[in-house]
Design a protein around this ligand. Sequence first.
Ligand SMILES: Cc1cc2nc3c(=O)[nH]c(=O)nc-3n(C[C@H](O)[C@H](O)[C@H](O)COP(=O)(O)OP(=O)(O)OC[C@H]3O[C@@H](n4cnc5c(N)ncnc54)[C@H](O)[C@@H]3O)c2cc1C
Length: 891
Amino acid sequence: MPDAAVAARSSETTDSGTTQQVDVAVVGAGFAGLYLLHRLRKAGFSAVVIEKAGDVGGTWYWNRYPGARCDIQTMDYSYTFDPELDREWTWSEKYATQPEILRYFAFVADRYDLRRDIRFGTGVKAANWDDASDRWLLTTDNGANISCRYYIMATGCLSTPKPPEIDGVKDFKGAIYFTGRWPHEGVDFTGKRVAVIGTGSSGIQSIPLIAEQAAHLTVFQRTASFALPAQNGPSPDDRKTYFEADRAAYREQARWSMAGVPYPQETAVSWQLSDAERRERFEKAWAAGDLVHILTQLWADQGVDVDGNALIGKLIHEKIRAVVKDPETAAALSPNDHPFGSKRPCLDTNYYTTYNRPNVTLVNLRQEPIKSITATGIVTDKRSVDVDAIVFATGFDAMTGAIMAVHPITGRDGKSLSSVWANGPQSYLGLTVAGFPNLFMITGPGSPSVLSNMAVSIEQHVEWVVDRLAALRDAGYTTMEATETAQAGWARHMADCSTVTLHRLANTWYTGANVPGKVQGLMPYTGGVGPYRSICNEIVSRGMLGFKMTGPNVAEQCNDGEVVRLQPDVRLVLGMLAEMNLPPFESLGAQGARDFLTEFNKGRPVGRPVGEVGTGMLQGAAGPLPYRLYRPATPGPHPIVVYFHGGGWVLGDEQSDDPFCRDICRRSGMIVVSVGYRHAPEHRFPAAAEDGYAATGWIAEHAAELGGTGEPVVVAGWSAGGNIAAVTCQLARDRGGPEIAGQLLICPVTDCTFDRPSYVDNANGYFVTRGLMYWFWDIYCSPADRTDPRASPLRGNLANLPPAFVATCEFDPLRDEGIAYAEGLAAAGVPVEQLQARGHFHSSLMMVDVVITGVGGRVKMAEALRAFAGLPPKLEERGAETPIKIDAAAG
Ligand SMILES: Cc1cc2nc3c(=O)[nH]c(=O)nc-3n(C[C@H](O)[C@H](O)[C@H](O)COP(=O)(O)OP(=O)(O)OC[C@H]3O[C@@H](n4cnc5c(N)ncnc54)[C@H](O)[C@@H]3O)c2cc1C
C-alpha cells in the first residue's frame, strides 16, 4: 500500500465495554511508536498507541532544557522509510534544537494522521499474558484497559529520569528542575544562584546557557565526560554533498554501517601512524564536530585497544587545558576513569570556556562528595553553597527503566519480568524475552540501541517486528516466542562482543552503574548496527531460528538453536572472505596458491614493532634454509622459540606468519626464530619434518650467537607448522637431542585420517576446508607414508616428550586431531595444557589485530612459552586483555 494511502485508512479499533480490543498495542509515541503505528496500519493491523505525555515526540517532548539538541547530525537522525517524507523536510541546522525536532514529529504525526490512534495522557501500569486467549491485557491509569494480541514496548531507552539520590531534596525551599522533565513554559534564571548537578550530555548542553543567565552557577561534577565542540551551523558541505549525490544509497549504507551513520571502516592502526599523522587526524576530527567521525575515523584500534585509545584521551586533555584557564578546574574536567568512547562522549557549544566565567564554579564531587541538600542549598564535605534553584542533570535509568516501570509484566505461567530480569536483562536480540510470547521491545537491552544512531536502529526494529507479525498472521500462527536456548546463546554472543570493545572497562549508564542497586552489566549490543541487522535477517532466512510459533489451526513450529556461534569478529572475517568469492586454493596449483597467499597477506595489519627483526641462513636437513629472527626490545639474552609457519607443507615461508611472530615475541619477551623449511611438491615428505628437526638442532647449537640464553629451546608451530613442531619433539627425543623445553602446537595437523567429527562438522565454510586438507596431504605425502609418525605424530610414541600447550579452534576441521594429540600426550604422562577456543576458526589465533577475540588465547600461549622457558609469569600490562576469556578445557 502506498504510504499516502495509509493515512486515510482507519485502524479499526473497537471498544468493547471497558476494554479496548486491538491487534497490537504500542506503548510510547516517540520516534519508535509513531513509525510503528504507521507501519502496523500499513500491514493491516488494528493498533492503538498509549502515551503518558500530552503529545507526540517522546524524548523530544520531555527534554526541553536549554541547549537540548541531538548529537547525531539531524540529516542522519531522521526517518528514512518514506523518501517523500525525507524530501519534504529540511533541517535548518547540523544539530537541530529540541523545538525543531519536536516540530518534525508533529509534522510526521500530521502527515500520516497518527494522533487519532494515540491515547495521550495515559500510562500503562501493568501487562498480563493470558494463555487461554493468547492475548495480553494492559492495565492503564486513564480510561479503558486494552486487550491485544501483540504488545510492543516502544517506551524508550532514555525516558525514565533517575531520581535524585541525595538526602534532603524534599527540604529544599527553592526551585527544582529535572532536565528530562523540563517545564514547557521554560525557566528564567536571570539573577538567580543556580546549581547544576551532573555533567553528562544534558548538563554539558545546558550549563553554558544557564551560566549566561544566572547570577552565579555552581556545577557539581561526579564524573567528567569527554566533550567535543559541536561546531554547529548548517549541515557540513562534505556530508551534504555525499548525501545528496544518492540519498537512497546513503541511507542503505547507514543501515549496514557499524553505528548507523555511513562512514568507511578505518584500517590504519595507531602504531603505524607518526605522532604528526595522528595529530592531524585528531585535529580534523575535532574540527568536524561529529561524534561518529571522532569515534570511528581516527585509527582502527581506537575502540578496541587500550593503548590506541589512550592516545585520544591525552589529546583531548590537551584541548581542555588549552581552554580552561584554572589548571585545577582543567584537571577536574579531564576524564581519567574511562576510555574515550566507552561512555557516550558529549557534543558541546562553549562548554569548557564557560568555566572561565567569573560567575561559574566547578565542585569536584570526587574530592568533596555532597553530604546533603538543605532548605537553602547544597552541603559538601568542604563547603556549603546557597542556591535559589537546583537543576538535576543526573540522567536516566537507561534501557530497562521504562520497561521495568510497567509492573508487573507477567508472561507464561505467571512469571514476572522483574523476576526473570532479577540478575540483569535477558533477551533474544533485545527484541523478545523467552516466556513472554508476543511481547516485543523496540531497542531493548541486547540491541545496538544507544550505541547507534537510534533512528536507524528504531526503523530496523519496527520493520523486523511488523514484518514478522504479518508473516505470522499469514501462516495462521497467533503466538511467537523466543526459546531459552536462543536467549542463552544471545547472552553469550553479547558477552563475546563486549570483549572486543572497551565498554566493559567503564562504569557507565550503559552498564547500569549510574543507578544505585541496579544490576551491573553491559546492556546495549556492541557488535554494530550492520552485523546486528544481518543476524536478524539470518534468523528469518533460517526459518525463524530460536523462535517457537503456535496457532489454533496449525502445527506448532519450534526451530530451536543459537543464531551466532562464531566469535563476532570471526563472523565478520568469514563474511568478508565469503563476499570476496575467492577461488579455492587447491584450484590454483601450488605456485599459484603461493602467489595468491603472498598477495593476500599484503592486505593484513602489519604487526607491531619488536626490538629487532633480522634474517639469516641456517643449516637444514639437506642444505641452507632462510630464517627470520624477532628479538624483544628488552635487554638480552633471551630464551629462544623455534617457530614453524603454517601452509599445509606447501604454502607460506618464514615471513608468512610475521604478525603472529611479532606478537608472541612481544608478549613472551622471547626471541622467535621462524624457519623457512622446504615445501612440497618440490620437496615431499619427509623434507619438511627433517628440516624442522635439523633447524632446531642448528638453532640450539648457535643459541648464543643468536642472542639466546643457552637454555633449551622451545618449539612452536601453527597448522602444518604445528605438525613439524610435534614431530621435531619426537625426533629430538629419539635421536638424542637437542633438548627441547616445551612445545606450543596451534591447530596442529597430527593425523592422516579425515573421519573425526570436526572434519564433517567443519568441512566447509570456515576457510580451511576438508578439500584443501586433502590437497595438502596429497601434495606432501604419498598414502603409504602417511602413517609414519613423522607425518602423523599422533601415531608415534607420545611418552617422554616435552611439556605441551595445544590450542584448537571450535570451527576447524583439524580441531579433533589436535584434541586427540593433547589427550594422547596427557595419557602418556606428558604435562599438557589445552586451549579449546570457542567460536574460532583455523586462522583466528594467527590473525593478530584482526581477530581481537583471539587476544586471550594469544596471551595464554605466550604465558605457556614463558613457563616452558622457566620465566616468571608476565602480567599483561594492557588492561584490555586481562578480562578476555576463551574457554579452556582442562588438559
Ligand atoms: C537529550 C537527548 C538527546 C538525544 N539525542 C540523540 C541523538 O542525537 N541521536 C540518537 O540516536 N539518539 C538520541 N537520543 C536518544 C533518544 O532517546 C532516541 O533517539 C529516540 O528519541 C528514542 O525514541 P523512542 O520512541 O524509542 O523512545 P522515546 O522517545 O523515549 O519515547 C518513549 C515514550 O514512551 C512513553 N512511555 C514510557 N513508558 C510508558 C508507559 N508505561 N505508559 C505510557 N507511555 C510510556 C514516554 O512517555 C515516551 O514519550 C537522545 C536522548 C536524549 C534524552
